[in-house]
Design a protein around this ligand. Structure first.
Ligand code: SAM
Length: 296
């Protein structure tokens, strides 16, 4: 798919961002500080099959999407402006929505790891795993975690089919992924999260504000995002409900963004106790350094 030249981003913002708002020199230094071939090869999962939507579309107007070094190197510099008024405040809204005391966290579509690092800083005792389809984004994430001295595991995998056993996590987070996935993929990812969470476990999702985006179509024209309009028309609360979650709520964050939260209930929608054994989490009872089971 060719890069469209007529988006608001390509016509007006890209020259502004590239010439004035991005520290090109710092980006060049970062790019040349990494042996991309060796590092991305090391992180690449050779058995992974990329979903069709991922290889056929451009994201952020970048040809080749996330499967390029350029996308990974420029991602943080551009994203800070997409998360206005302030990236840290917006991301902190996801952390603030967490009600469980997580012992094992999965961050899906972790990208360059900005959200994952913040989660590890908020919950230093928790084991945390970031998953992404782009080995280049993971190379950046790993480099950032190393610089910050944070122990995080990075996996090249598909959020729709992670391969982890049932009930392996008590918190799953997603930041800025669903506006880039076709609706049926988002629904598939929510089903996978339902499977991965223990009963009482929480999912927290940060993304664009669907209500605002529906009312201001030009906002969805800024970046070349192939599925952004279907995301804006949708309703994450309804998707979470359909996947079986309870305690579903969405909060507006600075008008442009939203944080949604939901919990895997004890009873399924037909009032049967959800049959699952928390066999993958370690027994923390005697370990005073860690948190007890999810607390409400
Ligand atoms: C907009 S970025 C968000 C990155 C990060 N979560 C953040 O908050 O900055 C979307 C990321 O999702 C990844 N992605 C897209 N589809 C995915 C899937 N099915 N499984 C895992 N990662 C996916 C992309 O490679 C990209 O890194």
């Amino acid at each position: 798919m060719a890069v469209r030249k007529d988006t608001i981003y390509q016509k007006f913002l890209s020259p502004l961002v590239n010439n004035f708002l991005i520290d090109q020199e710092a980006m060049r230094r970062f790019r040349s500080s990494i042996d991309w071939e060796a590092q991305s090869d090391r992180l690449t999962n050779p058995t992974l099959v990329y979903p069709e939507y991922y290889t056929s579309g451009n994201f952020h107007g970048i040809e080749g999407g996330y499967l390029t070094i350029g996308a990974a190197v420029t991602y943080d510099a551009i994203t800070q402006y997409a998360l206005s008024p302030n990236e840290t405040w917006v991301r902190k809204a996801l952390v603030d929505a967490i009600q469980v005391r997580p012992r094992r966290i999965l961050d899906l579509g972790c990208g360059t790891g900005s959200m994952t690092l913040m989660l590890k800083q908020a919950f230093p005792q928790a084991e945390i795993i970031g998953i992404d389809l782009s080995p280049y984004m993971l190379v950046c994430a790993e480099a950032k975690a190393k610089t910050a001295g944070l122990n995080i595991q990075w996996r090249h995998d598909n959020a729709e089919k992670t391969g982890f056993p049932d009930a392996s996590f008590d918190l799953v987070t997603i930041a800025l992924l669903f506006h880039e996935t076709p609706p049926q993929i988002s629904r598939g990812i929510l089903q996978e999260i339902f499977r991965l969470l223990i009963v009482g476990g929480q999912v927290v999702i940060l993304d664009g504000n669907q209500k605002t985006w529906r009312q201001t179509e030009w906002l969805t024209e800024i970046f070349e995002e192939p599925y952004i309009k279907s995301y804006a028309k949708g309703n994450i609360d309804a998707w979470l409900g359909a996947a079986g979650f309870g305690k579903v709520e969405t909060e507006d964050i600075w008008w442009l963004h939203q944080v949604s939260s939901a919990v895997k209930p004890l009873l399924d929608r037909y009032s049967e106790i959800i049959p699952e054994v928390n066999h993958n989490l370690p027994n923390w009872d005697n370990d005073s350094g860690h948190y007890p089971a999810p607390a409400y």
